[in-house]
Every structure is written in structure tokens, then in C-alpha cells.
Design a protein. Sequence first.
Length: 197
Amino acid sequence: MAEAAVKAPTLAECIQRVQDVWSGIQRNDMARFEHLGRALIEVRKLVPVGKWQKFVRATFDFSPEAAHRWMKLAKAVDAEPDKRFRRMSDVNPSWGWGGGKAKARYQQARRQEEAEKMRQFHADRQERFRTMRSTGTGNEADRKLRQELHQEIVTLGYREAAKKHHPDRGGSNKTMAILTQVRDRMLRCAYCRMALS
């Protein structure tokens, strides 16, 4: 006997199933959120690529972001069937109910982690500089190279600006005099800094 072919659900049927589940949901009802996520996954398969967010906004009473969370929950339950998800923050610490407390804790932990990374970076950097100064590794050669490069950069910048502001090219004598003073100050400043380092 031939079995009847299983008919794929239509978009209208999937939408109706989502709305039925949504109407019965109460706060922290994780089983229903999981069921809602599975229904949304089915709907998403039938919506054209690139139209999902507009479709959710137009069709349902919840945001595309909420739909994304519930679909993630359904996928997480499939990936770890033995784990019990009691709140949305069990799936991702930045999600969840509770007035944003879980999200605030997650963000604070991230800020502390970033601050610790920055402290470690600066400590390593200071240690490298101390080592370079104490051993004298290439200090004189580095200083001369920095001086030459700084002088070259200032000179190139001066030449480009002089091309624009030279009196023969429509500029004024006053502008050219100020430009020359700025170049001289920058070169003196560069030599002073290099001598101190």
C-alpha cells in the first residue's frame, strides 16, 4: 500500500500556528518560547531572502529581534537536548528577563574583561620600553632614524603646502611667511623631543 505524501505546510498555516502559540504565552514560559521558535523557523523557510524583518513587523505583534531570540532558543535546545534552559539568559547571557539585570551583569563582566586586557597591554608595553632603555638596544640608531623621518615628513608637508600658498601661485607673502615659521617650529620641536627620548 502506498503511503500518502506528507504535504508541506503553507505559509498561512505556519503563520496561524505562530499566532496560536503566541496568544498562549506567559512570561518565562520557556517551553512555549521553544515551540514558538520552532514555528518561526518553519515560517522563515517560506519567506523570501531579505524580507524576514519586514515580514515579522508586518505580520506579528513582536519584533524581529525577539523572533531571532526564540529561534536561537529552539536551535540551542536541539543542539543540547540534555540541558535545561530555564531563562533566555541561559541561551545568551545578554538576553533575558529581570529588568535587564542579567544583561547588566554580562556587560559589566565584559567591561572588566576589556579593562584587564588594556591594563595588561599597557604593563607589557611599559616593560618593553624599560627593557629597551636599560639595555640601550639600538637607542642611538633609532633616535637618528626617527629624527631623519620626522624631518623628511615635515619637509614634504612644507613643500606641498608651499606649492599651494606660494605668491607665484596666487598665495600671499604673509601666508608663506607663516608657513615657514610653522615648519621651523616643528623641526625645532622634533629635535627637542628626540634629544629627550
